[in-house]
Every structure is written in C-alpha cells, then in structure tokens.
Write a new protein. Structure first.
Ligand code: ADP
Ligand code: MG
Length: 389
C-alpha cells in the first residue's frame, strides 16, 4: 500500500494600499487594465525600488502568528526568468533569507511544519482573447505577495484542504490578506509523491494554480491514483510541473521541473536591508519593530475557539463554524454581550441557542441571499432579542 507525501506552497496577495516597491495602488478590484502602473513596476531602466514597510510588517505578523522565527534583516534576491507578464525580466523575491522560518500549524491534532514564509512581488496577468491574441495587464505586477511553504508533513487530501483553510483564516485574522481564492488573492500549489509507509520519499510532482479548496482535494485525489498506478506497474514517476484541467477533472503535464540554478538568483543590489527587531536608535525607514507587531497580534482562530468553548460553553463543532470567519466570530461575540446586557438571559443555554441559530438558520439565509455577514442588516441587538423571544 502506498501513502501520499504532500507539501503545500501557498501564495497570498497582501492587503496594502500600494505595491511592494513603488507607490502604484494595490487595488485587486480595479477593472480597467494597466491603470495602476508606473515606471518602477513597469521595469523602466533607471528606476529604483523602495520597499513598502507595511508589506514586510504584514509578513512578520503572519510569521509570528505561525510561531516562526523572524529574520533579523530583510534581504531580497532577484529571480531571473523571461515571461511577458514580468516586465523587468526578474522577480524580486527572497531566496536564502526568508522573513520567517520554522513555524507550525495544528490541524486535526497533528502538527504541520511551516518551512518558510517570504515576501516577493506578483507578476502581471496575461489575458488570452478569443482571436488568439494575448493581452497583458500590469495592474498586478509588483503587488506584494507572501509565499508560505510547508514541510512534507501532509498525508491526505482532506488534511491538505483543512490546512489551507486554516492558513486562510490566519491570513485573514492577521489582516495581512483577504485571501479570497475566487478572486485569486490566495493560490495553492501542491507537491505530492507516493511511498510505501516507512520508506524514503519518492519523486514529487508539483501541481500549480489551484484556486479552491475543492480543487486542491480533487487534484490530490487524482494524483494519488495516477502515481499509484505508475508505481504499481513498476515504472517511475517523472518529476514535473502539472496543471489542473477543471473540465476533465484531471492533472495535465505542463513542463519538466526547473531548479533553483536556472533562475540565477543573486542579491538585489538596489534595496538596502531593513533591520527587523528592536529599533532603538534607528529611523522608521531603517527598522521594522517586532515588539510592536507582536503587541498587535490578534486572538488567533485556535485561541478563539478554545475561549468560546470555555467561556460560553459552546460545543466544539459550533465553535469551529463560528471562528471559521472573523466577522462571524465578532458578530457572535456582540450577540453574547447583548444577551449579557439583558440580565435574565446570560445563561449558557441561551448562548448555545444563539450559536446554534446563527450557524444554521441565519447562515442559511445569508447563503441563500449571497449576503456577507459583515454587510447583514440584522444587528447583534436584533438577533439577541430574537433569541430571547
Ligand atoms: P523544490 O526545490 O522542488 O522547490 P523544495 O524542497 O523547495 O522543492 O520543496 C517544495 C515543496 O515540496 C515543499 O512544500 C516540500 O514540503 C514539498 N516536498 C519536498 N519533497 C517532497 C516529496 N518527496 N514529496 C512531496 N512533497 C515534497
Ligand atoms: Mg520551491
């Protein structure tokens, strides 16, 4: 029997006002192409990048939330390759000194190791029109992108999807990224190989650009079957990059895997390093203050869940749903505080009822009407009164 060995690479666009190395706007909702561009993100000769400190701070915040160790300096590298969506001919990324390393995320009572979280710039977007022409939209070129890489600790499709969902929540809780997969703000890549339990890791295949949790699961399930069949015939899995064909529900070969030396990585000479840590005696441009970021860390999903269970006596299953989105969690807490303010209604039974109605009837109405809970017109006070009635 073969088992799967899986590692994920997750990209998320940071929620900053401006791009990573220039003051062009970072607006994921811009509908007109090539509006948010300037000589810097268009790669014009003679221009120089300046690091957006807010982006560095956002990645450090996520790193702290994941229990990572944080680099003492920001150091960027050039990753060189040619593609029409990459105007400079290189992407500014981080190679050997990522901002964050060695974290951990718990899913279903199992720890998944985080290898690294680094900061890089996004590329532009190619749009292929019906006439066979390809158009380039550079609004996204230079948008800050955080890349998170896991250890090969994941073993099933379900675990992978659960992990990705949890990471999405942490990005959102930290207000680092909206991480909306439908909008392409968060994208997953799956690395997967098969082995007999206890044996060495096998040859891995990388599946790129998976844009929903469902597709992550489907692509893994497909690869497990495909690779198992190859191995059972005594043949070898080819190391390559594959894509997901949604129409045929299958992974398809795209290209053989490139390796690091193909990119001619070298340190970015145009960016000074920023100190990360304590900033005594340093200017704002020179230093990212980790203590301040630590002090601003939100209550994280696991902590919130534990508190809901302990403080409000909500069943774990309900707590899971309540914390799965920070707006739902906030609404629930507001409802509870409204219930508390109505003296006779602070008992655990009423609170559990509120959680239950919120997770079932109200959730159903919101889904049916396509209303995000943050835009719902029912106030926490309304809802608390309804529960009492
Ligand atoms: P590469 O050099 O191909 O980018 P890395 O060592 O950087 O490979 O790993 C990339 C991702 O692949 C990580 O998420 C890692 O956990 C995962 N990975 C590494 N080796 C394997 C393997 N044998 N099977 C499955 N996943 C793997
Ligand atoms: Mg890699």
């Amino acid at each position: 029997m073969y088992e799967a060995v899986i590692g994920l690479e997750i990209h998320a666009q940071l929620k900053t006002d401006t791009k990573l190395f220039c003051d062009s706007r970072n607006d994921p909702d811009e509908r007109h192409p090539n509006m948010n561009v300037c000589p810097v993100c268009m790669g014009h000769p003679g221009t120089l990048p300046v690091t957006n400190k807010k982006a560095v701070e956002a990645v450090v915040k996520v790193g702290l939330a994941l229990g990572c160790s944080i680099a003492q300096f920001s150091k960027f590298d050039r990753k060189n390759y040619f593609y029409p969506d990459l105007p400079k001919g290189y992407q500014i990324s981080q190679y050997d000194m990522p901002l964050c390393e060695k974290g951990v995320v718990r899913v279903s009572a199992k720890d998944i190791g985080i290898t690294r979280v680094h900061l890089e710039e996004d590329t532009g977007r190619l749009v292929h029109d019906a006439g066979g022409a390809s158009l380039v939209d550079f609004n996204r070129a230079g948008v800050p992108l955080m890349e998170l890489v896991t250890e090969p600790d994941i073993r099933t499709a379900e675990e992978a999807a659960e992990f990705a969902k949890k990471i999405q929540m942490i990005f959102q809780y930290c207000e680092a990224s909206d991480a909306n997969m439908e909008k392409g703000q968060m994208r997953c890549e799956v690395n997967i190989s098969m082995r007999k339990a206890g044996e060495k890791f096998g040859t891995k295949v990388e599946i790129k650009n998976l844009n929903s949790f469902g597709v992550v699961k489907d692509a893994i399930a497909y690869e497990i079957k495909r690779q198992t069949a190859i191995l059972e015939q005594g043949e070898k899995v080819v190391q390559e990059t594959r894509g997901w064909d949604e129409h045929n529900k299958a992974t398809v070969s795209q290209r053989t895997k490139e390796s690091a030396h193909d990119y001619r990585y070298f340190p970015e000479p145009d960016l000074p390093m920023m100190r990360i840590g304590q900033c005594d005696g340093l200017t704002d441009e020179e230093c990212v203050n980790v203590d301040l970021i630590k002090a601003g860390l939100p209550e994280l999903p696991d902590q919130k869940k534990e508190r809901f269970v302990k403080q409000f006596d909500v069943p774990e299953k309900d707590a899971d749903i309540l914390i799965s989105d920070k707006h739902t969690a906030a609404f629930f807490e507001n409802v509870v505080s409204e219930l508390f303010s109505i003296a006779s209604s602070q008992d655990a039974v009423t609170i559990r009822q509120a959680a239950n109605y919120l997770n079932t009837d109200l959730r159903k109405l919101l889904n049916e009407t396509g209303t995000p809970i943050s835009e719902m017109l029912v106030t926490a006070e309304n809802f608390a009164e309804l529960i009492i009635l």
